[in-house]
Design a protein around this ligand. Structure first.
Ligand SMILES: [Mg+2]
Length: 231
């Protein structure tokens, strides 16, 4: 591989195990708010419904059509609605609790620490994330990842969300990196990979689930530890 001078990582589902952490947070929510007493008999059904609404609302948020405060409670109001519960107050309380609890979870993708231990001695590392600023910083601090990164670039600070080239250009400029000597590593072919490539960066698609695709990516890895052999 070529000589890279700057390495950028996505955070959620690339380093921080979003799905496992969300799952734990939902189990907490289910018991704290006694959702069983509201007639929600099964946590899995609640989570499945949540993901459907969250995906729709996140896409609207990504397009700049709704604000984050709205997204945070609306996804729970819609989820509760699927179970015949109309309770905005409860949705707002759950929404607040969820963003408080979930970033405190500390499950990471396999080999995250080993890989970052190796890489941070050799390259300046950075994060480029679409997550909310305060949430992402809490995740990095609680899971002991903050020390590996010279800089964390959020879509909130950049004013653009991945895959918009604007966030990549903002990050490159901020750290003084040339795109041709920069590498982006992420789990999403569109937001991370195509966005970075369009900004002139190199990219590695992290595909731990071995999802079939015809993304035409130059490099693909299935485990983060592969980076220590490549870089
Ligand atoms: Mg991701």
């Amino acid at each position: 591989m070529k000589d890279y001078r700057h390495i950028f990582f996505d955070l959620d589902r690339t380093l921080w195990d979003f799905d496992k952490n969300a799952r734990e947070a939902f189990a907490d929510i289910y018991s704290i708010f006694k959702l069983k007493d509201y007639g929600i008999g099964n946590l899995d059904d609640f989570v499945k419904s949540y993901h459907l609404h969250n995906d729709v609302l996140w896409e609207l948020y990504r397009q700049g059509k709704i604000e984050k405060e709205y997204l945070r409670w609306k996804r729970f109001e819609d989820t509760l609605g699927d179970f015949g519960i109309s309770n905005k107050q409860l949705a707002m309380e759950i929404g607040h609790e969820y963003i408080t609890i979930s970033p405190q979870k500390v499950n990471l993708l396999p080999n995250t620490v080993k890989t970052l231990e190796y890489l941070h001695l050799r390259y300046p590392l950075y994060i480029i994330t679409n997550g909310f600023e305060e949430v992402q910083f809490t995740k990095l601090a609680n899971s002991n990842l903050a020390g590996y990164f010279k800089c964390v670039i959020t879509s909130e600070a950049a004013g653009f969300k991945k895959p918009d080239q604007g966030i990549f250009n903002y990050a490159l400029k901020l750290v003084g990196a040339d795109p041709s000597e920069s590498l982006m590593i992420g789990d999403d072919l569109i937001t991370d990979i195509s966005g970075a490539v369009q900004a002139g960066m190199n990219a590695i698609f992290f595909n731990p689930g071995r999802i079939a695709h015809n993304g035409g990516v130059v490099h693909e890895i299935f485990d983060l530890i592969e980076l220590t052999k490549m870089l």
